[in-house]
Write a protein that binds this ligand. Structure first.
Ligand SMILES: Cc1ncc(COP(=O)(O)O)c(C=O)c1O
Length: 439
């Protein structure tokens, strides 16, 4: 404790944070409700990013809060290995019903990173179980973000997340990223150019031979690497190539899952069905950590062989299908259904797009990107100090009652799906003013 009875900031090593800078001028939230946070100095802040792309139904929703409290009373914990509890089955069934047709088996994890590790391991083990044990290679994409564990950073394509951590996983290669500012800047919705970039997979197949490749993993919409939209036709081309070569296609929907792009999953928005989907975040409205991997029936069934008393997949977490997370997940899915939130982003997309694209022409704005309730406003980097311009915009927005997020010099918007038009106006006004002030 420090002398003024507030906790000392010393011991907590903060994740993905400039710790020394932060602790000189800390920013703390102490309460949240609906579209808003409140800071420790009593200011109301509009949430422009659903916490961290997860609080899709807005904050402190009574049904979810009550479900968590009741669950803690009734059954606080149940071991998930060789034991279970009813809500785990119920939630799996509800998630499978929302997922694209055919992805009807659900494996629970505790985060997006764990979902990614789970999906990668499933892919490799699946090929082994069907007699193609040589298919171990994993293909990711430059500028991909798949969490922070070793598999995820290996298939991911963010240099800062990789360079300090040694040789990473072997047998990994990358497609080129799809961002093409020269041809696609200021596209409304999916950019027109770049479907041919999927043909990189042909190149990698020619190099490695397809028979060595287990899976390709991409984000349908990349968030953490600058809010990048898939070019028209790109995901379908990737799907076709994976099918042609017997390679599993994994869509990392950790941010796009649960309504962000106007359908429950971006796979449905873009009309392309992968073999596995990784999810987390919006699954429990961010209230209790939980992730999930949705997988095709026949992939699951391939594991179901050998003596019945043997474990089929040597993988799982102490907190897989945690009762509190399952209770939160069920109440979250109820809330989404009752309020039509999983398609609300589609209803608001045009209004939101108009708002974010109105920032074109503001000082240093070099691109604006959008889909559903996702927006990316890219600013020109300052000479020799990349990232600082967007960070100053973030600070200005925060001082003026709006939470945004930055990745490099891109400002990301991903508000709760309960957002109203008046909130969108406030987001655009506050952000526009910040961009002009920081210029
Ligand atoms: C696409 C994607 N995958 C994985 C993750 C990692 O999720 P978590 O931070 O819950 O481990 C994220 C987090 O933002 C993400 O955006």
């Amino acid at each position: 404790m420090s002398t003024d009875n507030k906790p000392s900031l010393d011991a907590y090593w903060m994740p993905f944070t400039a710790n020394r800078q932060f602790k000189k001028a800390p920013r703390q939230f102490v309460r949240a409700a609906g579209m808003h946070y409140w800071t420790d100095d009593g200011r109301q802040v509009l949430d422009g990013v659903a916490g961290l792309w997860c609080v899709n139904a807005g904050h402190a929703r009574p049904k979810i809060v009550q479900a968590i409290a009741a669950q803690a009373q009734e059954l606080d914990y149940a071991p998930p290995f060789q034991m279970a509890h009813p809500k785990a089955f119920e939630l799996a069934e509800r998630v499978a019903a929302l997922a694209p047709a055919g992805l009807n088996k659900v494996f629970f994890t505790n985060s997006g990173s764990e979902s990614v590790e789970t999906a990668l391991k499933m892919a490799i083990a699946y090929h082994r179980a069907r007699g193609e044990g040589q298919r171990t290679r994993l293909i990711g994409r430059e500028r991909g973000y798949h969490g922070v564990n070793f598999g995820g950073i290996s298939v991911g394509g963010l240099v800062a997340n990789r360079k300090a951590f040694g040789p990473l996983l072997g047998g990994v290669d990358h497609l080129r990223h799809t961002h093409d500012a020269a041809r696609n800047a200021f596209s409304v919705g999916q950019p027109q150019h770049g479907a041919e970039l999927a043909d990189d997979l042909e190149r990698l197949c020619a190099l490695h031979d397809p028979s060595t490749i287990a899976a390709v993993i991409v984000e349908p919409v990349a968030g953490s690497t600058g809010v990048l939209m898939p070019p028209q036709g790109y995901l379908q081309r990737l799907r076709d190539l994976c099918t042609k070569h017997g390679i599993l296609l994994i869509f990392d929907e950790v941010i796009t899952g649960f309504g962000r792009t106007g359908q429950p999953f971006a796979s449905q928005t873009f009309g392309v069905t992968p073999d596995l989907i990784t999810a987390a975040k919006g699954l429990t409205n961010g209230c209790v950590p939980m992730g999930a991997v949705m997988v095709r029936q026949d992939i699951h069934d391939t594991f179901m062989q050998g003596p019945e008393h043997l474990i089929e997949f040597f993988h799982g977490y102490t907190y897989s299908a945690h009762p509190l997370a399952c209770a939160a997940g069920l109440a979250t899915l109820d809330t989404y259904a009752e309020e039509g939130l999983l398609t609300r982003a589609a209803e608001l997309e045009a209004y939101f797009a108009q708002g974010v694209h109105s920032l074109k022409g503001s000082p240093n704005v070099i691109d604006v990107r959008n889909i559903g309730l996702v927006g990316g406003i890219e600013l020109a980097p300052r000479e020799g100090a990349p990232g600082t311009r967007a960070f100053d915009v973030f600070l200005d927005c925060f001082a003026n009652g709006l939470l945004v997020r930055t990745t490099g010099d891109t400002v990301a918007l991903s508000p709760p799906l309960i957002i109203e038009r008046s909130h969108i106006d406030q987001v655009i006004d506050t952000l526009g003013n910040a961009i002009r002030r920081v210029a």
